[in-house]
Design a protein around this ligand. Structure first.
Ligand code: PEP
Ligand code: MN
Length: 342
């Protein structure tokens, strides 16, 4: 529920209102958007005090649309949020504005040579960020698990050498501080979308968060996962549609294109798409990348490897350098047709 405050309401009246809400066991989130100052009233049963709140002298209007994800909801923040990654010595990359942002790089950081070569190639082709996993959540405990801290250092060094902020996954709450020291954007993977302790831990950092949809998550569950991060105090969340598990056997996952405009309608948060995990099939990455942008995605996450055939993870869905450069050339005219820049 959101209580829009009357214009020029006094500090004292605001403080009284906050105390009144908190006395009812609810949490408050003070914010302003679109020229309005408002209080998000957060809690399980906010409706019990709705009538009293609506009548409060400091309250101009009560919006109580029945969505459980107050802070993520567009009902509460009507204009689209722009999430800025990087800056402070690095280039600043804005998600949710006019630019379509492409993040590209290997599934996993494997070696210095691999990640530096990839950073150079994707930067030259027009990517704005470098991706690469250092802590890999693998289905089998015998698969390559990532280089850990060394991988983080290599990723950041390679990306920053080419002016690219970096995104990498964090898989455990105890690793958040370490990963946040190296990463410019913290990725929460599909398998951890509902790891609530992890969501709270990234919510307590100053780094923006890329939140991937779980393999069988509904859109409401995805938005409630985003709500965990927002409610923990971190306003910078980017949603990522990365495909869900369906009965289709020819692809690894089914990229849910309808989720993109639906998420943009329900939430003010930027939405990107991952056609690599969304299909698992290299040849399907370019067409689905284009489809996702046409459906309204604010950017893409794409796996690129110098030698997909020998990649330690996700080779079959990785583009090589020339495949990625060709895709970027094709995205230019599409971006213009969509009224966006690349
Ligand atoms: C990844 O981006 O490499 C990854 C593991 O993605 P997901 O969590 O979507 O499977
Ligand atoms: Mn991968």
């Amino acid at each position: 529920m959101i209580a829009v405050l009357k214009p020029a309401v006094s500090l004292r009246a605001k403080a009284e209102l906050v105390a009144w809400i908190e006395a009812r066991g609810l949490r408050v989130h003070l914010d302003r958007s679109g020229g309005e100052e408002w209080i998000g009233v957060l809690g399980e049963d906010t409706r019990a005090c709705a009538a009293e709140l609506a009548a409060h002298p400091a309250v101009a209007e009560l919006r109580s649309e029945a969505v459980p994800y107050a802070l993520a909801s567009r009902a509460y923040r009507r204009e689209s949020s722009v999430v800025v990654v990087g800056g402070a010595g690095l280039s600043a990359v804005a998600f949710g504005g006019p630019e379509l942002v492409v993040m590209a790089g290997p599934c996993a950081v494997e070696s210095e040579e691999q990640v530096f070569a990839t950073a150079r190639a994707v930067a030259a082709a027009g990517a704005r960020m470098l991706r690469g996993g250092a802590f890999k959540p693998r289905t089998s405990p015998y698969s390559f698990q990532g280089l850990g801290e060394e991988g983080l250092e290599l990723l950041a060094a390679a990306g920053h050498a080419h002016g690219l902020p970096v995104v990498t996954e964090v898989v455990a709450p105890e690793d958040v501080a370490l990963v946040a020291r190296h990463a410019d954007l913290l990725q929460i993977g599909a398998r951890n979308m509902q790891n609530f302790r992890l969501l709270e831990a990234v919510g307590a950092t100053e780094k923006p968060v890329l939140l991937k949809r779980g393999l069988v998550a509904t859109l409401e569950e995805l938005l409630l996962a985003a709500e965990y991060v927002l409610a923990a105090g971190n306003p910078d969340v980017i949603l990522c549609e990365r495909g869900i598990r369906t009965f289709v056997r020819e692809t690894r996952n089914t990229l849910d294109l309808a989720a993109i405009p639906l998420l943009k309608e329900r939430s003010h948060l930027p939405v990107v798409a991952d056609p690599s995990h969304g299909t698992g099939v290299r040849a399907l990455v370019p067409p689905l990348a284009k489809a996702a942008l046409a459906a309204g995605a604010d950017g893409l996450l794409i796996e690129v490897h110098p030698s997909p055939a020998t990649a330690l993870s996700d080779g079959p869905q990785s583009l090589d350098f020339s495949g990625f450069a060709a895709l970027m050339r094709e995205l230019g005219p599409l971006a213009s047709a969509l009224g966006r820049t690349l």
